[in-house]
Design a protein around this ligand. Sequence first.
Ligand code: 2M8
Length: 465
Amino acid sequence: MKEEELPEGFSQRPRTGGPERVNPRAAGVLRRNSIESWTKPAPTLYPHQWSWDSAFIALGLAHVDNQRATSELETLFANQWATGKVPHIVFNPEAPPRSYFPDAERWNSSEISEDAPANSHTSGLCQPPVHALAVRRIWETARGRDEQHVARARRFLGDNYPRLYAWHRYLASARDPEGSGLVTIYHPWESGTDNSPRWDAALEAVRVGDLPPYTRYDLQHVTDPSHRPTNEEYDRYLWLLEHLKRARYDEAAIYEEHPFLVKDVLFSAILVAANQALLEIAEVVGAPEEDRTLIEAWIERGRAGLDGRWDPDLGLCLDYDVLAGRPLRVRTIAGFAPLIAGGLSNERLDALLVTLDSPAFAGHEGLHRPLPPSTSPEEPGFHPRSYWRGPVWPVANWLLWWSLIRAGKPDRAGQMRQETLGQLGEGGFAEYFEPFTGEPLGSTEQSWTAAVALDMLAVNTDGSA
Ligand code: 2M8
């Protein structure tokens, strides 16, 4: 059942009462953060284009302004590296000076690597591949509309299929030389869950050397610095960046000497889900049969890889430290990776649902709403106000909501949606929320929060758009 029809464009009639209230306000956040063809993740904290933020933004925009959704992704993909990598940040030359660090100069990717785009500045990392999910949403929302809309969307799919394919091929090869089905990340920033305790043990092993001096600018944009990663964490983040530069961003060289190589289960699961979307896109554009065979193989390998990282005692999937040769035993929302990858046995699905609603997550006593904290409150590394160490992230709720629909659990998905929208109705489109009080934290007008609200409002209970 559709909650409501979204009017064309951004100008929407304000409504009152209930979670539906978030709809026109959500579109307003995206409009205000919009810069020509793309959208800043937040008004001041993040003044550049971020990869997976843009994918979520396009997913939300697909319901409001399909053409603007396509330009969001086109702008990002125009900065794809020759290797197929989609960079985690595309730097905005118009951003105010000293507004974000590390900046384009610190990354210096176009000078250092021939694979980097020559005429723009990007970071040397990547982020989870949500993009194919957004492209599929653009197709779904265009279908059934006038011929012009459909033709434009079909063209967009045709133009971007090769880019998506190259992106996924890069992840399945350069980032998985072992053929394990799991993606190796080089930096916690690649996971998108930057300071999650998932990375504590692997980061602790990184010895910071002679680090060129730097000034953090992120702390100017939040009310309390303790919400953001610590200075010790930042030193390590910056030290890893120096390593990547020394390896000239060359994948084989990085794999040889980098001090942080971790198989990220959440990233890997998103790749599986994105490969399923890519298969559908391949069908629409009539891609060669061999592409489809390869994509199917990636899906199968990804699911098998995740299966191998299942921890039956925790009822969760665990990341794996390649250098230390051991799993990273921390309970975070990343552990629900198999739900996102899909294709589960009933037994595995039930085990995940039990964990989700247990006191370790959404069933924890005293939570403001039954929404899963990013890190389990039962973990020693949990912190209710610090970034990815405990707060509730609406974008993570979206991933679970969408996965629950796909897993055939519409009631549980409906509850996740209701609580998420309720939280936003109460606290606005914050970046993240304190799990026990519901206090909005981080940036106030966070684009992807608004975008996932738009998607949650527009999508039918069976997941169709
Ligand atoms: C956060 O990450 C950036 C670094 O990439 C930062 O902390 O400065 C994360 O939440 C990440 O997942 C997100 O893409 C980015 C922009 O919203 O912010």
